[in-house]
Design a protein around this ligand. Sequence first.
Ligand SMILES: Cc1cc2nc3c(=O)[nH]c(=O)nc-3n(C[C@H](O)[C@H](O)[C@H](O)COP(=O)(O)OP(=O)(O)OC[C@H]3O[C@@H](n4cnc5c(N)ncnc54)[C@H](O)[C@@H]3O)c2cc1C
Ligand SMILES: *[C@@H]1O[C@H](CO)[C@@H](O)[C@H](O)[C@H]1NC(C)=O
Ligand SMILES: *[C@@H]1O[C@H](CO)[C@@H](O)[C@H](O)[C@H]1NC(C)=O
Ligand SMILES: *[C@@H]1O[C@H](CO)[C@@H](O)[C@H](O)[C@H]1NC(C)=O
Ligand SMILES: *[C@@H]1O[C@H](CO)[C@@H](O)[C@H](O)[C@H]1NC(C)=O
Ligand SMILES: *[C@@H]1O[C@H](CO)[C@@H](O)[C@H](O)[C@H]1NC(C)=O
Length: 557
Amino acid sequence: MSVGWWTLFAAAFAAGFLFFHGFAATDTAPNYSFVHNATSAPTVSYYDYIVVGGGTAGCPLVATLSQKATVLLLERGGSPYGNPNITKMTRFGAALSDLSRSSPSQRFISEDGVINSRARVLGGGSCLNAGFYTRASTDFVKQAGWDGRLVNESYQWVEKLVAFEPPLGQWQSAVRDGLLEAGVLPFNGFTYDHIYGTKVGGTIFDQQGFRHTAADLLEYANPSGLTVLLHASVHKILFAVEGRKKPKARGVVFRDARGAKHKAYLKKGSKNEIIISAGALGSPQLLMLSGVGPAEHLKSHNIRLVLEQPRVGQGMSDNPMNAVFIPSPIPVEVSLIQVVGITRFGSYIEAAGGENFAGGASAPSMFSPEAITEAVEYRNNLQEAALRGGFIIEKVTGPISTGHLELRTRNPNDNPSVTFNYFKDSRDLQRCVQGIQTIEKIVESKPFSKFRYDFLSWPVLLNMTANAPLNLLPKHYNPSMPLEVYCKDTVMTIWHYHGGCQVGKVVDHDYKVLGVDSLRVIDGSTFSVSPGTNPQATVMMLGRYMGVKILRERVAN
Ligand SMILES: Cc1cc2nc3c(=O)[nH]c(=O)nc-3n(C[C@H](O)[C@H](O)[C@H](O)COP(=O)(O)OP(=O)(O)OC[C@H]3O[C@@H](n4cnc5c(N)ncnc54)[C@H](O)[C@@H]3O)c2cc1C
Ligand SMILES: *[C@@H]1O[C@H](CO)[C@@H](O)[C@H](O)[C@H]1NC(C)=O
Ligand SMILES: *[C@@H]1O[C@H](CO)[C@@H](O)[C@H](O)[C@H]1NC(C)=O
Ligand SMILES: *[C@@H]1O[C@H](CO)[C@@H](O)[C@H](O)[C@H]1NC(C)=O
Ligand SMILES: *[C@@H]1O[C@H](CO)[C@@H](O)[C@H](O)[C@H]1NC(C)=O
Ligand SMILES: *[C@@H]1O[C@H](CO)[C@@H](O)[C@H](O)[C@H]1NC(C)=O
């Protein structure tokens, strides 16, 4: 009986909660007629384009392709809509620390001992990330060989729906002014552009703190051209091999949430293609599972070789992130990244603050299950007041150090093994040291003084952060040691990992997989350097940009 009352009470409470707090005007789920559960999909189906991965690149890509062709998008995760862990800025960290099978994030720990996350939801990383929105530099665009005008049009197409100017609070303003006093000049105001100096960047959180994601770009789609299947895990790409000079991608095998197997094939037509947009981990993993990769490695997993391609999974990089936590005597507004310093020595300075960020779920979200107990103890041992404050972080550009990815199992839902080799190249370490020195200047600056305690000197601040369980690496640092040790000991991820299917190595400049026909890879796995200070703007832009180019090729004859 009492269980019944409880249920009733809980339901009434939940309904009231949703009614009064859940769905502001900015949080209404769009009514996409083309999104379905994969369990309802036919056993066999046919399309002009089949895209694997409804992430940051995949969504703008299919929204564009659907204008002139029939398109199937297969996403292994569910819908982002209606989940406050995704839609609300203050819940950054909740999604990252949700380790359930239905979580929009899948935790992985690199062989380096750094705790990391990858997306498993429609909208991909744009549903989990810190929201900072900023374009790539014009140099990056030039070096990529992209058409600058189409690039700008594609950025604008994205920005119209998902990019906003952030409301700058006192703490972020102090970081901005501290950066200027530290000499990261000039001040470039609010801009999406990547230029030396200090700026306020864009964000995918609107003024009410609601997240807008790559899934929102599906509003541009032609509903009669697009089918999106959720909870659809692609297990492999099928190739036609017999009597051909090159293997040709012809279909995919995917499984729904009940484990039932489905196949989707390309319709007849020389322009039809399969496009992999499964992210920096998912794309090289799926190529290998489909028989395209290093021969010996595939053999050791009993995968039949379609094409020997030793560079699949090579060139994996993750930009090291190092942070300093600064407790504040006065309240700090809750903010994710808004201000950035773009230095000339190759590191970017960013900041996130607020009681929520420091004391809430997000700090331990970086921790492994084993480390969480330790993290909780650490937090309980801090003074209540010390939980107020924020992090100033620096990200090393590039980076120059690279690693590799290997399969662990033949199940696409399992994480592959990834090694990033943080700071293997001493130039990365030097950039980190200079970044930390710049953070010191910000912390010691006049504009920042009201947000720090006098008695917590710079060495004490470093020592405090270095003793927090930020990663699974052994600790050596004490304040008498050089900053190189601090950088290595406190390395974390800023989740901008990339590579694995790099342009010029695995795909050509049109993102076509080398050595096979009718197959491209379009996402963050194709970068050899992370674009802009943060990549998502360029990943979304690339989805739109390549969609437009592919359609142009389709109608041209
Ligand atoms: C916590 C966090 C914070 C970040 N902060 C920022 C930030 O503030 N600003 C910024 O610019 N960038 C940020 N980033 C980075 C940015 O979000 C990513 O670089 C970007 O989202 C990568 O896009 P992608 O399209 O390459 O991959 P994803 O967006 O990860 O898309 C890949 C999709 O493929 C799906 N998939 C994979 N394998 C399969 C399969 N076999 N079958 C079916 N589907 C599959 C996945 O579920 C996923 O949805 C952050 C990332 C994270 C995780
Ligand atoms: C969504 O669209 C469908 C089909 O157009 C319609 O039947 C349904 O009522 C709509 N739902 C909402 C919540 O608007
Ligand atoms: C899809 O179907 C599966 C199996 O019936 C179910 O577990 C899952 O919750 C469904 N997902 C959605 C979003 O409806
Ligand atoms: C939000 O995250 C928390 C833990 O981080 C989890 O317990 C909860 O189930 C999540 N909510 C949803 C709607 O997924
Ligand atoms: C694209 O826009 C940037 C500013 O965001 C500008 O500097 C650049 O010249 C533009 N490129 C082209 C080809 O128009
Ligand atoms: C550094 O922190 C550790 C752990 O909190 C503490 O034992 C040590 O005394 C600190 N050292 C300095 C120099 O502050």
